[in-house]
Design a protein around this ligand. Structure first.
Ligand SMILES: Cc1cc2nc3c(=O)[nH]c(=O)nc-3n(C[C@H](O)[C@H](O)[C@H](O)COP(=O)(O)OP(=O)(O)OC[C@H]3O[C@@H](n4cnc5c(N)ncnc54)[C@H](O)[C@@H]3O)c2cc1C
Length: 490
């Protein structure tokens, strides 16, 4: 029996492990394992697993007419594999390489050791152009990525696959506990649903229609929700390979030449997607440690009051609070607003990025460790090689939510406050507070910090540290390992 172990590759097309297993022309078991240890790790949230569940359900529906089964197990992967091996010897194990968090990395090492012990060949395939074990980044990486993106997609004949697919009885201990099943089945209409079908819908509507406003609205919290592709969760869970998305946008350039600039802009983001994951693949310690050790001297500290106010969206800065409310409810926020949330926490509240990393990961439906950690550190200003940006949330609101539509949508207390007072509610007089039904300290908080002072402090600390010998010394090795994508690469 050949086992294809699905992880963040929940699709049937452009799937190298499936194609390799099918080439053997022997029975195949299609397997996904919900792992308690991974589900309990600090970065995990039920929203992620619901997306996975929906994606698998879609695959099952695709296979059902051909009477083929997709096996879903609950348990630690080693236990599931041991059971399978005991009941129907595993010839080969196939999967994509995963650039995951510390827990999936150590699980993969244990699986590799187990396979070796049982003389099972585990064939892992590179995912989306990421190169395993790469130590140095040169321009060759970009060339390689484009080659992967332009290579033909791998077509899977589903009828043929179904004919090879086998089912297996799993004992009750490997069934999803009822409590978890209920949570997985409870649809959340505020979030994007998982599955290949929805991935296609988002891709097509972006290409045909929404891309027209893409680059103009990418930084605007409300308009970006429509004009950005919204494909991140579908890519993160592999409902589509990056190549499928890239090639669709290449075709779009021919089909709708007027939007060429927008598609190119979009393709540059697809490259970034893989570029960041490659960084993490090269240096996964950045889940815990500063990319540039020279920044350890910053001594950011965990102030619980600040942390909780930020987590709850109760900082007294309307755009920050609206972004957090929106993120908690919908699992999505555009890039600029994610950056601003991190900047506010790490610069204005002087919290260490480590204190906010897992909370944000839980909220992002598209959580991808390989993008999350490098981005978090970039926005926290502790890479040494990137420009330090300390966002002023009031200015961001004036520029990117000029009409206050987004803030009013997510902060009911602000519904009656007119622009521009909406951006600086602490300036409301007592009379205005009553008139607009926004009473500070009652239904909307007073600012927890003065950003003029905190911004000045952060700027001084970050810039002086950036000039330090320790940071400069670390920069050269960072540049070698984690080269930034060059302009004009796409
Ligand atoms: C602190 C922080 C954490 C982030 N964490 C994640 C994460 O866990 N998962 C994730 O997919 N993105 C993450 N991003 C990047 C970015 O915000 C999202 O990819 C983007 O907002 C998703 O929206 P979209 O699909 O509409 O993007 P589009 O603008 O339509 O871009 C298309 C695709 O390109 C990729 N992409 C876009 N922007 C970036 C970027 N700046 N860096 C890397 N890839 C990018 C995504 O796969 C995205 O789906 C993070 C950004 C920040 C600042």
């Amino acid at each position: 029996m050949h086992v294809v172990w699905f992880k963040r590759d929940l699709r049937l097309q452009d799937h190298a492990p499936l194609a390799a297993a099918m080439a053997k022309q022997q029975p195949i078991l299609l397997l996904y394992v919900f792992e308690p240890s991974v589900m309990q790790y600090g970065d995990s949230d039920i929203r992620h697993w619901r997306f996975v569940w929906e994606s698998i359900t879609a695959l099952q529906q695709q296979l059902q007419p051909h009477e083929a089964t997709f096996i879903v197990a609950y348990g630690e992967v080693l236990e599931v594999l041991a059971y399978l091996q005991a009941n129907d010897a595993i010839a080969n194990l196939y999967s994509y390489e995963e650039t995951g968090n510390a827990i999936t990395f150590s699980r993969d090492k244990a699986v590799a050791a187990w396979c070796k012990q049982h003389a099972i060949s585990w064939q892992e395939f590179p995912s989306n152009g990421i190169i395993r074990g790469l130590r140095e980044r040169t321009a060759v990486w970009n060339k390689h990525w484009f080659e992967v993106m332009h290579a033909p997609q791998i077509t899977i004949d589903v009828v043929q696959l179904a004919a090879l697919t086998r089912s297996i009885f799993l004992p009750e201990r490997f069934h999803l506990p009822q409590g978890i099943q209920i949570q997985l089945l409870a649809k959340n209409k505020s979030m994007q649903p998982g599955g290949v079908y929805y991935a296609q819908q988002y891709l097509q509507s972006f290409i045909r229609e929404r891309a027209a406003g893409y680059s103009y609205h990418i930084s605007k919290p409300e308009k970006a929700r429509f004009h950005c592709s919204r494909l991140s969760a579908y890519i993160a869970y592999g409902n589509m390979s990056v190549r499928q998305v890239y090639q669709a946008s290449q075709q779009a350039v021919q089909q709708y030449p007027a939007l060429k600039k927008q598609y190119r802009f979009f393709q540059s983001r697809l490259l970034w997607h893989c570029h960041f994951i490659q960084k993490f693949e090269t240096q996964c310690s950045i889940e815990f440690n500063d990319i540039n050790a020279g920044f350890q001297t910053l001594n950011r500290t965990v102030n619980e009051t600040y942390l909780q106010a930020w987590q709850r969206g109760e900082t007294g800065y309307p755009l920050v609070d609206a972004c957090m409310q929106c993120l908690i409810t919908t699992g999505y926020l555009n890039f600029r607003m994610r950056a601003m949330l991190v900047s506010f926490a790490t610069h204005h509240l002087w919290l260490p990025w480590q204190a906010i990393a897992q909370y944000l990961a839980q909220q992002f439906l598209d959580y991808e460790p390989g993008i999350h950690y490098p981005q978090l550190q970039m926005q926290a200003g502790c890479t040494g090689i990137n420009t330090i940006r300390i966002y002023n949330p009031t200015k961001q609101a004036e520029e990117h939510d000029a009409g206050g539509v987004f803030i009013k949508k997510w902060l009911p207390a602000m519904a009656n406050v007119p622009v521009p007072l909406l951006f600086t509610p602490w300036k409301l007089t007592a009379q205005e507070q009553l008139l607009y039904q926004c009473v500070l300290g009652d239904n909307y908080p007073l600012p927890i910090v003065d950003i003029t002072l905190t911004g000045k402090y952060a700027r001084e600390m970050l810039w002086s540290t950036k000039q330090s010998k320790a940071v400069k010394a670390a920069n050269s090795s960072i540049l070698g390992k984690l080269t930034i994508v060059r302009k004009g690469d796409v």
